[in-house]
Design a protein around this ligand. Structure first.
Ligand code: C2E
Ligand code: MN
Ligand code: MN
Length: 406
């Protein structure tokens, strides 16, 4: 199947442009052997390349391109299928946009094309090409430093606080994971993540439970969460706990139970956030928003977890506005390399800015993911890059330091 990949990248400092003309000559021959064709545009700083051909060859060539040390911040913009090649004349052609007057440059590029209809119609690939040539998306290019320009240094000052599981414990425990502002080197809050007594995942804790028993176990477990948070001496720090949205709807008097447990453990409602997974909420939205109103009027904050993962994400924001949304690992993963993820996250950021909703990114594992998200405007992070979830305790946070500053 004829496959198209488009990416954009940044040329490294002091790379002689001539070395690229040589490279393109070599690539041309190899590509033709693999039945791959395309065009490479250069604007003085950025490359834009369209590669077309059989899927396997295109993917192989793209992988090789990603390993080339002469460019960085490679962002895949499109991977799609098409009935015909747009640029099928040669294995690869390098086109220097600087050699043409602005009003001619797009036509000059299109003149290289082989597409039968030299019109845009609805062809996304050609629209990407036009946008690059016209440089109208440039404010969305975030140039991030290489991952190894940072080292992460564990903060052993407040290290490894441990809490005993309280005697009155039901049959569960909790792991704790901080949410941090890495540049400010501040812990913003700590999330309590449900575990079985042996430390197994929430899924395995809930396995075998259904209906009311599931929701009751979810609610009751928060007694342990607040007791352990209190034993960890979080002071006036914020504490987050997770709940199924249906737990608030199905268990009678759930909000009062939470308020009582918060008070018994010496916490105040204003320091507590309840996180809900959005995909669950849809069916009984009126009852759910009623329960949220009760939480809010008692001083508890509300967050939507895994935002964007379910089908109701955006609609939900029209129905009620949480204090915070948390963007999950599925969207964060390799965001620095993915045009679609970047576009989605930028849209979420813009939407939440208009609604004054705080945003945090969860599941951040790579320095590049973190740096891209900082460049996009996110300042609150949770993830193994900084601190992993720790059973009945809090792991020391690894703060980033710029190597040049050490
Ligand atoms: P969540 O609220 O989004 O919690 C974050 C999950 O991501 C945690 O998994 C955490 O261990 C994991 N995580 C954190 N940093 C990283 C990272 O850098 N990489 C990766 N790959 N994972 C990371 P966990 O503890 O297994 O929890 C899974 C989900 O279970 C939670 O997602 C939450 O939705 C749910 N959950 C947790 N506790 C409770 C609870 O008390 N009640 C209910 N109803 N659900 C809970
Ligand atoms: Mn959560
Ligand atoms: Mn999760």
């Amino acid at each position: 199947m004829l496959t198209t990949i488009i990416y954009r990248s940044h040329i490294i400092k002091n790379a002689p442009f001539e070395s690229f003309t040589e490279m393109v000559e070599a690539a041309k021959v190899k590509n033709e052997q693999a039945d791959v064709t395309g065009i490479l545009l250069f604007n003085g700083t950025h490359f834009f390349q369209m590669i077309e051909g059989p899927e396997k060859s295109v993917l192989e060539i793209y992988q090789r391109i990603c390993q080339d040390k002469r460019h960085y911040n490679i962002v895949e913009l499109l991977c799609d299928y098409a009935p015909a090649r747009r640029f099928g004349k040669t294995g690869m052609e390098l086109f220097d946009l600087r050699e043409y007057a602005p009003e001619e440059v797009l036509q000059a590029v299109l003149d290289k094309g082989t597409t039968k209809y030299q019109l845009f119609y609805n062809d996304r690939a050609l629209k990407f090409l036009r946008t690059f040539v016209e440089a109208t998306e440039k404010e969305n290019y975030f140039e991030i430093p290489p991952a190894d320009s940072w080292v992460f240094i564990a903060d052993n000052k407040g290290a490894h606080t441990q809490a005993e599981v309280p005697d009155n414990a039901v049959d569960c425990s909790f792991a704790f994971q901080p949410m941090v502002d890495p540049f400010a080197q501040k812990i913003l809050s700590t999330e309590a993540l449900l575990r079985s007594p042996g430390g197994d995942s929430p899924e395995s804790y809930f396995a075998g439970l259904s209906g009311n028993a599931l929701y009751e176990a979810d609610l009751k477990s928060k007694k342990v969460a607040f007791a352990m948070a209190s034993a960890l001496k979080l002071g006036d720090q914020s504490v987050s706990v997770n709940l199924f949205p249906m737990t608030l709807v199905m268990v009678p008097d759930a909000v009062n139970f939470l308020l009582r447990e918060i008070q018994i453990n010496g916490l105040v409602p204003e320091q507590v956030t309840i996180e809900f997974t959005e995909s669950e909420v849809i069916s009984r939205i009126d009852e759910f928003t009623g329960a949220v109103r009760q939480l809010k009027s008692a001083g508890i904050s509300v967050a939507i977890d895994h935002f964007g993962a379910g089908f109701g994400g955006l609609l939900l924001l029209a129905q009620f506005q949480p204090d915070r949304i948390k963007i999950n690992r599925e969207l964060i993963k390799d965001v620095h390399k993915s045009g679609p993820r970047q576009a989605i996250i930028q849209a979420i950021i813009k939407c939440c800015a208009s609604l004054e909703i705080a945003i945090s990114a969860v599941g951040v594992e790579k320095a590049e993911e973190w740096m891209w998200l900082e460049a996009a405007g996110i300042t609150q992070f949770q993830g193994n890059l900084f601190a992993s979830a720790c059973l009945s305790g809090i792991a020391p946070v690894a703060w980033p330091e710029r190597k040049a500053d050490l």
